[in-house]
Design a protein around this ligand. Structure first.
Ligand SMILES: [Zn+2]
Length: 316
C-alpha cells in the first residue's frame, strides 16, 4: 500500500511537495546552527565553505526541476496511517524519507567519502529533517498527506497540504532568523530529551502530532461552502468520506495551530543539531539499529537511495 501511495503521490502531486516552504526549512537549519558543537561547526563549515545551513536547507526542493533528481521524489515524505507505526520493511522498498535519512547520515559518517558526495549528503540530511517534522509529510495514505483535501485559506481555494507547507508560516511577520532566535528560547523539555530517538521513532510521532490538523475552530467554520454540511461538525477530512463540504480556515486555525508548528520546527532544529554533533564526535548513531535493519534489507533488495544518488551525481 505504501509503495502505491508513494508512486501515486509523486506522480500526481510532484512539485507541490515543497515542505515547510523556504522559511520553515531555514528556521529548522538556523535553530540547529545555534546548537552545533565547536567540532561540528568546524566540520560543517569545511563542507559548506561560504554557505550556511539555512542557505542550503531548501536546495533538495530546488533540485526537483532537475531531471537527474527525478528518482528522488519519494525521499521527501512517507505515510504512517492512524493507529499504525512506521514499517521498516516497506520503507526499504519504497525509498522514502526514513531510509533516505539513514543513507545520507551514513555517507556523512564516512570520512573517506569524496568531498562532493558528502556536501550533497549534508544538504539532503538538513532538508529531510525539516520535511520529517512537517506533520503532513508523514501523512495518512487516504488523503495523500492533505493533498486531496481542498480548503479555503483566507477565502482562497487551496489544499490542506499547501497550507501546512508554506501558507501558514509565510503569513508570519518574523524573518526566519528572528523566528529561530525566538524558538530557541522556547524548549519546554531538556534538549537531550527532545533529541532522543531514531528517524523511525520520529516518523511514529506523526499520527499524534497531526491529530489537531483536521479540526476547525471558532469563526473559521468547517462548512464554508458545499452541500451536505453536517450540523455538528468541528472536523474535516475523515478518511472514509469525500468531505463534501469545503472547510474555511483562517485566523482561528492559524492561532490554534501555532504551538504545533513551532514545536515541530524546534524539534527538527534540535534533532538536526544532535545528529550533526554526534557525527562530529564519532559517537554511535541514535539510528544505528535502524541502519542495520535497513542495511540487511538492502542486501536483499538493493539500495534504491544509493542507486538514485549515484546516478544523479553522475548526471550533474
Ligand atoms: Zn522536501
Amino acid at each position: 500500500m505504501r509503495l502505491f501511495f508513494c508512486i501515486a503521490f509523486a506522480s500526481t502531486i510532484g512539485a507541490d511537495l515543497f515542505a515547510w516552504g523556504l522559511k520553515g526549512h531555514r528556521i529548522v537549519a538556523r535553530i540547529a546552527e545555534h546548537q552545533l558543537s565547536e567540532k561540528s561547526r568546524a566540520w560543517v563549515q569545511e563542507l559548506l565553505a561560504n554557505e550556511s545551513l539555512p542557505r542550503i536547507a531548501n536546495e533538495p526542493d530546488h533540485w526537483r526541476s532537475n531531471p537527474a533528481w527525478n528518482c528522488a521524489a519519494t525521499f521527501h515524505y512517507t505515510s504512517v496511517d492512524d493507529g499504525e507505526i512506521y514499517s521498516v520493511n516497506n520503507a526499504a522498498v519504497a525509498s522514502d524519507i526514513v531510509p533516505a535519512l539513514v543513507y545520507f547520515e551514513k555517507i556523512l559518517r564516512q570520512k573517506e567519502a569524496p568531498h562532493e558526495r558528502r556536501i550533497v549528503a549534508l544538504k539532503w540530511l538538513v532538508h529531510l529533517i525539516g520535511d520529517l517534522h512537517q506533520p503532513l509529510h508523514v501523512g495518512r495514505t487516504c488523503d495523500k498527506g492533505g493533498n486531496t483535501i481542498d480548503v479555503l485559506w483566507f477565502g482562497k481555494k487551496t489544499n490542506l497540504h499547501k497550507v501546512w507547507d508554506s501558507q501558514m508560516l509565510n503569513d508570519s511577520d518574523l524573518s526566519y532568523s528572528e523566528y529561530a532566535e525566538f524558538l530557541n528560547t522556547q524548549a519546554k523539555q531538556p534538549l537531550a530529551e527532545i533529541a532522543k530517538g531514531s528517524y523511525s521513532d520520529w516518523a511514529d510521532e506523526a499520527p499524534i502530532v497531526r491529530a489537531d490538523v483536521y479540526l476547525c475552530f471558532g469563526k473559521d467554520g468547517c462548512c464554508a461552502a458545499g452541500k451536505n454540511c453536517p450540523n455538528d461538525h468541528n472536523s474535516f477530512g475523515a478518511c472514509e468520506s469525500d468531505t463534501p463540504f469545503l472547510p474555511s480556515l483562517g485566523y482561528a486555525y492559524t492561532e490554534k495551530q501555532r504551538a504545533l508548528v513551532e514545536r515541530q520546527l524546534l524539534r527538527g532544529g534540535i534533532r538536526l543539531a544532535s545528529i550533526l554533533n554526534s557525527i562530529a564526535a564519532g559517537e554511535e548513531s541514535a539510528s544505528a539499529k535502524l541502519m542495520r535493519q535497513i542495511g540487511d534489507l538492502d542486501k536483499k533488495n538493493g539500495n534504491r537511495i544509493e542507486q538514485c544518488f549515484d546516478a544523479a551525481l553522475k548526471k550533474n
